[in-house]
Write a protein that binds this ligand. Structure first.
Ligand code: F3S
Length: 400
């Protein structure tokens, strides 16, 4: 891979230890994937923020990097293992909270914006069409590539941090025009009426389209941002590359012809995805909304459905979101309505990265990605449905 004089100086250590280590990582990555050069990036999203995933070894690694590592492009974080303010309400153990705070302190010392979210585009962190970025969380990367038309590979924790210290990323994969061409046409022959329908659609496509870039046809009206973020999370979780196109909707779709290979998703295929995602038991002891992190519209809908009601005994309910969205919800009186019912608005975190193992038996959610993590990481039974159905489950303690 070609390195400029400036890149060479970073590699020799003239800009400090963290920048040198970072350049070594980027050069190794670039060589591995056949990149021709490093390209400048506009922003970075760092994943691997939860102490639950990092452990003490990860915390030590970050503390060491923070000695002289300073980011040189705007950088923010993926969700952490707890609400950084209201962690006690989420029943997070105190020793975990202390370690999680040390993780965030190390990131802050590096100059990183410590807003922890997977929906940065809902709080004003939105790249422009065609811009190169280095983001890490899979739903955010997929939304960024597909809906915004900016360009990012799905970075790992170390490669994202390295990009933040150097301000560049290797030019390969989804940064290149030729790697963004769809290779599977998906005919959507079913009405999509709820967030969970979009999640199930992503699951149905992802399971049949391993490592492909789908081009969806047959979607006539523009889906809401909430539907697109849910779909972005689901389709990549279940198998595609972090990029899709929707004919007439997403910004690059018009550049391409329909691929020859086709997949049709109709009522039967959507129903099969629901059956795959839904366990048969009826008990619900956890309801998790806001995967990806909730918008203010989703929180308004939840507050309307919960107003004046109480969760069933033994049920916990979290609505996960970015802190600025929680602050807006607080100002609108929505957090109080939700908390009066016994549910919680959990900023900074989500059910996939909080230390929940063994705490709940069975989750209800709008998110197909949420099902994947609650089941795979935390051993919960899973139920997926609309916001209304999930709230009903929280009030009744059962799915049916
Ligand atoms: Fe975001 Fe967590 Fe879902 S990172 S996409 S809320 S699993």
């Amino acid at each position: 891979m070609y390195l400029s004089n400036e890149d060479e100086r970073v590699l020799k250590g003239e800009y400090g230890h963290a920048a040198q280590k970072s350049m070594q990582i980027l050069v190794a990555l670039g060589d591995l994937f056949g990149a021709d050069k490093l390209i400048p990036i506009k922003s970075v999203q760092v994943a691997g923020v939860s102490y639950h995933n990092l452990g003490d070894a990860g915390l030590e690694f970050l503390a060491d990097l923070a000695k002289d590592g300073r980011v040189i492009v705007p950088t923010f974080l993926n969700p952490a293992g707890m609400d950084m303010v209201d962690w006690k309400k989420l029943k997070i153990p105190e020793d975990f909270a202390k370690k999680q705070q040390l993780v965030i302190d190390a990131f802050a010392k590096m100059g990183i914006n410590t807003t922890c979210t997977c929906t940065p585009y809902l709080i004003g962190i939105e790249p422009k069409f065609g811009e190169h970025v280095a983001w890490a969380e899979s739903s955010a990367v997929t939304y960024c590539n597909s809906v915004i038309g900016a360009r990012s590979n799905r970075e790992g924790g170390p490669s994202a941090l390295a990009a933040a210290f150097v301000g560049k990323t290797p030019n390969y994969g989804l940064h290149l025009d030729e790697e963004r061409v769809p290779d599977l046409q998906v005919k959507v022959n079913v009405d999509l009426e709820s967030l969970s329908d979009w999640g199930a659609l992503g699951c149905a496509i992802g399971r049949n389209a391993a490592n492909k870039i789908p081009m969806l046809v047959g979607i006539d009206s523009r889906p809401s941002i909430d539907c697109l973020k849910t779909f972005s999370a689901s389709i990549v979780t279940y198998g595609t590359k972090p990029l899709y196109h929707i004919r007439g909707i997403t910004p690059e779709a018009g550049k391409f012809d329909e691929p020859a290979e086709t997949l049709t998703i109709g009522v039967r295929e959507l129903q099969e995805a629901y059956e795959f995602l839904n366990d048969k038991d009826d008990i619900v002891d956890f309801v998790s909304l806001g995967c990806p992190h909730a918008s203010i519209d989703e929180i308004k809908e939840v507050a309307k459905l919960l107003k004046g009601k109480k969760l069933a005994p033994g049920v916990e309910m979290w609505i996960s979101c970015a802190r600025p969205i929680k602050e807006r919800a607080e100002n609108l009186g929505l957090v109080k309505i939700i908390e009066d019912s016994g549910a919680l608005v959990a900023a900074d975190t989500c059910m996939a990265v909080a230390p929940l193992k063994g705490r709940f038996k069975s989750v209800a959610t709008t998110s197909a990605k949420g099902c994947f993590y609650c089941s795979g990481h935390n051993g919960m039974k899973t139920h997926i449905g609309s916001i209304e159905k999930c709230v009903k489950a929280a009030l009744n303690g059962k799915w049916s």
